[in-house]
Design a protein around this ligand. Structure first.
Ligand code: NAD
Length: 357
């Protein structure tokens, strides 16, 4: 039976949820039924484009529609109540990163899912990037020896907080919006949790535009396996920068080094109309299937599709325990949130902060 699904939050990123569920419908795996959003014009636009019912009140959607699952793609700080309501309605839940912007919120969501006996997945799509998958495979095989240190940067263009969601950027930060992607990735690659962090944050550019949040955050984590990794995150790159996201991962061990430039992947174009930009086709690429239907490929939709695949797998009688560790779940969301929370605590207090469990 296809998974009957609705999406709450159909803004800039939510369209990828709708795309993923729609194209899985072509293979009989899902049925995209409905969506909910706070802004009526966007809701109407998405509902019409996908030919689905739209609700301005997501609770009404949960009570009126017969669904198996929902995906949540609303502002970072709103995920918690929506996930709790979805579990209360007896549904499986996919939540965009971060799972929640508080540790207690994550714990509450995980507990609600457990009590309801429902499945919880967090959309950490960096794990689905083939370059990262190969990095994890080689690191776990010991190709780089004993890892010692690493470095990550993930930086967005200023247009992201300024133009994409100025209404809620102040309730997020480079750690919440960007950092969690790589906090999760690094701990997943190394299979090791963070134990402490020292972080600094700078403000100025966004506050001058009326958006009270950090422009940039530098965080140095120590992990249980003894590895130190620095994460530089910011969202103030100039409009002229060649990609929306600039991102790199480096890990160095006793026997080797791994470097993944996830921004410049070897393809750069320049045109009078579009200026100079790089192409990350691994993330998202629009193409046409053999039957002439527009579809999207890449880790940006594969991680969302994986939620449906997991639900179908569970439907076949596979236990939740058997899936443990094979997808980003609630506990992974919790760990990333523990890390981001500790980053902000360290910025506020100016001290090294232990990751409490
Ligand atoms: N995986 C990724 O790479 C990635 C990229 C961008 C954003 N995100 C995440 O996706 C989420 C959404 O980001 P976005 O850029 O699409 O934001 P956005 O502001 O463009 O969209 C937010 C959506 O949530 C809806 N919404 C807000 N309040 C609501 C409510 N009370 N009830 C129902 N709907 C409500 C809005 O109407 C809108 O449709 C965030 O958590 C963000 O961190 C993930």
């Amino acid at each position: 039976m296809p998974v009957r699904i609705g999406t709450i939050g159909v803004g800039i990123f939510g369209i990828n949820h709708l795309r993923a569920f729609r194209q899985m419908e072509y293979a009989g795996k899902s049925e995209l039924v409905c969506c909910a959003a706070a802004t009526e014009t966007r809701l109407k636009q998405r509902a019409e484009e996908f030919g689905i019912r739209g609700y301005t009140d997501y609770r009404e959607m949960l009570s009126k529609e017969k669904l198996d699952a929902v995906s949540i793609c609303t502002p970072d700080h709103l995920h918690r109540q929506m996930a709790l309501d979805a579990f209360a309605a007896g549904l499986h839940v996919l939540v965009e990163k971060p799972l929640d912007t508080s540790v207690e919120g994550c714990l509450e969501i995980i507990e609600a899912g457990r009590k309801a006996g429902k499945f919880l997945q967090v959309d950490f799509h960096k794990r689905y990037d083939p370059y990262h998958q190969e990095a994890a495979r080689l690191a776990r095989l010991g190709e780089f020896g004993r890892l010692q240190y690493g470095y990550v940067h993930m930086e967005d263009k200023l247009e992201v907080p300024r133009d994409w969601f100025p209404g809620w950027a102040a309730q997020s930060s480079p750690a919440w919006f960007l950092g969690v992607h790589f906090y999760d990735l690094v701990r997943w690659i190394m299979r090791s949790n963070a134990v402490q962090v020292y972080a600094t944050g700078k403000k100025g550019k966004l506050t001058s535009m009326g958006i009270d949040t950090c422009d940039s955050i530098q965080a140095k984590f120590e992990f249980e396996n003894g590895v130190s990794v620095s994460f530089d995150t910011s969202w103030i790159l100039p409009d002229a920068f060649e990609a929306v996201v600039n991102q790199t991962l480096r890990l160095v061990g006793t026997e080797g080094i791994l470097e993944v430039d996830s921004q410049y992947r070897g393809a750069r174009i320049s045109s009078s109309a579009g200026g100079t930009r790089t192409l990350n086709m691994g993330y998202l690429r629009e193409t046409v299937d053999p039957y002439g239907r527009t579809i999207y490929l890449g880790y940006g939709v594969e991680s969302i599709a994986n939620f449906v695949e997991n639900l179908l797998y569970l439907e076949k009688g596979v236990s939740l325990e058997a899936l443990e560790g094979l997808y980003p779940g609630g506990l992974d969301g919790l760990e990333a949130t523990r890390m981001a929370s500790a980053v902000h605590e360290s910025i506020e207090k100016g001290v090294i902060v232990p990751i409490r469990r």
